[in-house]
Design a protein around this ligand. Structure first.
Ligand code: ADP
Ligand code: ZN
Ligand code: ZN
Length: 743
């Protein structure tokens, strides 16, 4: 070395610059590459996309960092092919967050980084193009006589749709398959075109409300801390004006030329919320949810990144959206399980929101009428600050509860007499009634009365649900279906009967009990077609539907002012489940559904049908409310050493043969024992509650510890070992840190 002059050494180092790249792959590490030829060093910013050779393929990765060191000898390193971006597509704060999340959730970094990008960017599209691709009719297309297309209805409908739009329509606006469009293009009737993106403009109106003292205090407290990181928990009973608090804060954030990111559980379910945001906030809204086309998603992402959109509203993956001028993060319905991704990269968007806000040094507000025990514990330990909205706004009063002991009451198609009478009373008074049953289909069981045979799924340890609308048995777990059996396959008897109720059956019963009374049923089956959910919700809101019947799709976030009676047809699911979170979820659901009642002048009533009217948690919930329930539930978790008081992680595994998954988890348990880490306890491995699902046998191993750091270290070391372990190749396995359920 002594013989080298300084400039040579410098050149040497530049040559040896190594790129650490996150490449989509199942491996828990980044990959080293040499920079592409003839690249300016300044272009190598963390967060830009890089095209690299990977095995026999070429893939798109993201640059994490540069280094002068690599574990691989430099002559063996491959050279990256090209940089795709001039400025990072993954912003610094998002990149740091994803790297942290990849470590914390033990998910491969390449895949984690991928989840932060819109699909089109993952596939290499330019991040800056803002045109929208669309279709328009050609002259020949305009001349087509639709009467000649009676045998090609789908082609005809596209032509009819496009005819009045001479400039063309965006691809998203055309409900037709790619093959239909292709055929029309081949015939020379339509052609692709490029549409300019229209700037969003809408009228806004100031709030019609003056904040009540509790709302004002919540707003003032957050405003006082707008220049730094503080996590707030806005605990407000349903209808207490939480959304009004968000809007007020967001207005202030916008007036500071900053952006607000708002996470919500399911956008499709909350058109009212979007309308309120649009009416109040004089800024383009960027919406990010699963119903978007790839193109719409990229557009919204660009509006957030450029700062064009002042407010970004989205479901959990919106937490990865780049923000030009972040000012506030809001997580609405923070208790909702959908904020935790349940497969692949199993992150909690709520917990990432806290992480990102800390990194950005901005406030974050979690809001709920039924806060999660996690957040309540964080308040108790002084990490979050709680703001209360204890009362409903205006004249609305809390509803009264009636527990109906269905062991003593005969049920007619799932409805007890007192409930039916109550419904009559409320309907006669001109009010609406909401019935909640978290089970779709006609009947959850089909049984032979002669030999007790029950129709089961051939691929799952589960019963088939009978759906009357298509005369099929459906498995709600794997999606398989078959025609309803007419004779018993065991005894050839013909006495096959449906047992139990789903929403379809209750709807039929309503016909008999309340003939002529209009109703709206909202569940996955009635809302499959695009636009159908909005239409049904509209009927529910307008009062056109007098009886509203539905699954949890009806329970979340809606505001039905004229509903005065809520009937919960079966509250028992959560009381005796194997999952430790079941009672918490049940309480949240009951309170949320009940919260739909009596949000107006007339007081609301809630009727709960249960076989366990004396259950202590149910009684506590009804008599003393959610806060008392939550404190008791938290004390129970404390006594049982369960989360959130302790840290928990799950190894999950599945395989086509019965014992493979268990054997694999056994070997994981042995590795854990061998680590000698006494701070982490393991339970299992055990078969999953539903062991066989979609033809695969599933099992899990639970890890628990009071020392989250120790649990993390152990997970890192075991996951690293499993990457090269032979037994791991026989199963599909994953780690779930802070699992939302233990099924
Ligand atoms: P939440 O989000 O807690 O369910 P909302 O913000 O939707 O509550 O408020 C419930 C209802 O009360 C809405 O119709 C809203 O317009 C109204 N509201 C909110 N704040 C006030 C207020 N300060 N005075 C009167 N009405 C209000
Ligand atoms: Zn039989
Ligand atoms: Zn199945």
């Amino acid at each position: 070395m002594l013989f080298f002059t300084h400039p040579v050494r410098e050149a040497c180092r530049l040559n040896n610059l190594i790129l650490k790249i996150a490449v989509p792959s199942p491996l828990h590490r980044s990959f080293d590459y040499l920079p592409p030829a003839k690249i300016d060093r300044a272009a190598l910013q963390a967060g830009v996309r890089v095209r690299v050779p990977f095995g026999r393929r070429t893939v798109i990765g993201v640059l994490l960092s540069t280094s002068t060191e690599s574990d691989i000898e430099s002559h063996k390193l491959k050279r990256a092919l090209a940089l795709l971006d001039e400025t990072p597509v993954v912003s610094r704060d998002v990149l740091d967050m994803v790297q942290w999340a990849s470590d914390y959730y033990h998910h491969p970094i390449g895949d984690a980084v991928s989840s932060a990008l819109p699909a089109l960017l993952r596939r290499g599209q330019s991040a800056t193009v803002t045109d929208i691709s669309g279709w328009r009719l050609t002259a020949a297309g305009h001349a087509v006589d639709l009467a000649t297309l009676t045998r090609a209805a789908r082609q005809a409908s596209v032509i009819a749709l496009l005819a009045p739009h001479t400039d063309g329509l965006p691809r998203e606006a055309i409900e037709a398959s790619a093959s239909v469009l292709h055929t029309l293009e081949e015939k020379g009737w339509i052609e692709a075109c490029v549409l300019a993106r229209e700037p969003q403009v809408h009228d806004v109106a100031a709030s019609v409300h003056t904040l009540n003292p509790a709302q004002q205090q919540a707003v003032d407290t957050v405003l006082a801390g707008l220049d730094g990181f503080t996590p707030f928990l806005l605990a407000g009973v349903t209808g207490s004006g939480k959304t009004e608090v968000y809007l007020e804060l967001i207005e202030r954030v916008l007036s500071r030329e900053q952006q607000a990111l708002v996470l919500v559980p399911e956008i499709g379910l909350t058109p009212q919320l979007l309308t309120r945001f649009r009416q109040r906030l004089a800024t383009p809204l960027a919406l990010l949810h699963s119903g978007l086309s790839d193109h719409e998603r990229l557009t919204a992402w660009q509006q957030a990144r450029s700062g064009e959109a002042g407010v970004i509203i989205g479901t959990r993956s919106a937490i990865f959206t780049p923000l030009a001028r972040p000012g506030l993060i809001v997580v609405d319905e923070e208790h909702d399980a959908s904020l935790k991704q349940q497969d692949g990269f199993r992150y909690s968007a709520r917990d990432l929101a806290i992480w990102r806000a800390r990194k950005l040094d901005i406030p974050v507000m979690l809001g709920s009428a039924t806060p999660s025990l996690e957040s309540l514990l964080n308040v108790g330990q002084g990490r979050y600050r709680q703001l209360d909205l204890p009362e409903r706004t205006g004249v609305a009063r809390p509803p009264s509860f009636h527990v109906l002991d269905v062991r003593k009451l005969p049920l007619e198609d799932g409805l007890s007499q007192p409930l039916i009478q109550g419904m009559r009373r409320h309907l006669d008074a001109g009010d609406q009634v909401l019935l909640f049953l978290n089970r779709r289909g006609f009947a959850p069981t089909l049984m032979c009365y002669h030999c007790d045979w029950i129709a089961e799924c051939k691929r799952c340890d589960a019963r088939m649900t009978w759906h009357q609308h298509d005369g099929q048995l459906h498995c709600h777990h794997c999606g398989s279906q078959r025609p309803v059996d007419t004779t018993c396959p065991e005894c050839q008897g013909s006495e096959l009967h449906p047992l139990g109720q789903g929403t379809e059956r209750v709807e039929q019963a309503l016909d008999a009990h309340f003939p002529g009374v209009t109703r709206v049923r909202i569940d996955r089956d009635t809302t499959r077609r695009k636009g159908e959910l909005d239409r049904l919700l509209q009927q529910a809101h307008s009062g056109e539907g007098r009886i509203l019947l539905g699954t949890q799709m009806l329970a979340k976030g809606h505001h039905f002012p004229n509903v005065t009676l809520v009937g919960i047809l079966d509250a028992d699911h959560g009381l005796f489940s194997t999952d430790f979170r079941a009672s918490e979820r049940m309480a949240q659901l009951i309170v949320q559904v009940a919260g739909r009642a009596g949000r107006h002048e007339r007081p609301g009533e809630v009727a709960i049908q249960t076989c366990h009217p004396d259950h202590p948690l149910l009684q506590l919930l009804i008599n003393r409310g959610y806060p008392a329930f939550a404190q008791a539930a938290l004390a129970e978790r404390q006594a049982a050493h369960m989360p959130p008081v302790t840290g928990m992680a799950l190894f999950r595994a599945e395989a086509p043969a019965a014992d493979t998954a268990l054997a694999f988890l056994d070997s994981v348990a042995k590795r854990i024992q061998a680590s000698g880490n006494s701070a982490v306890e393991t339970w299992g491995p055990l078969p999953a509650t539903m062991e066989r699902r979609a033809g695969r046998y599933r099992a899990q191993l639970v890890l628990q510890s009071e020392h989250r750091g120790q649990l993390q270290r152990l997970l890192s070391s075991v996951v690293r070992q499993l990457e090269t372990a032979r037994e791991a190749r026989k199963v599909r396995w994953s780690v779930d840190v802070d699992p939302a359920d233990t099924y």
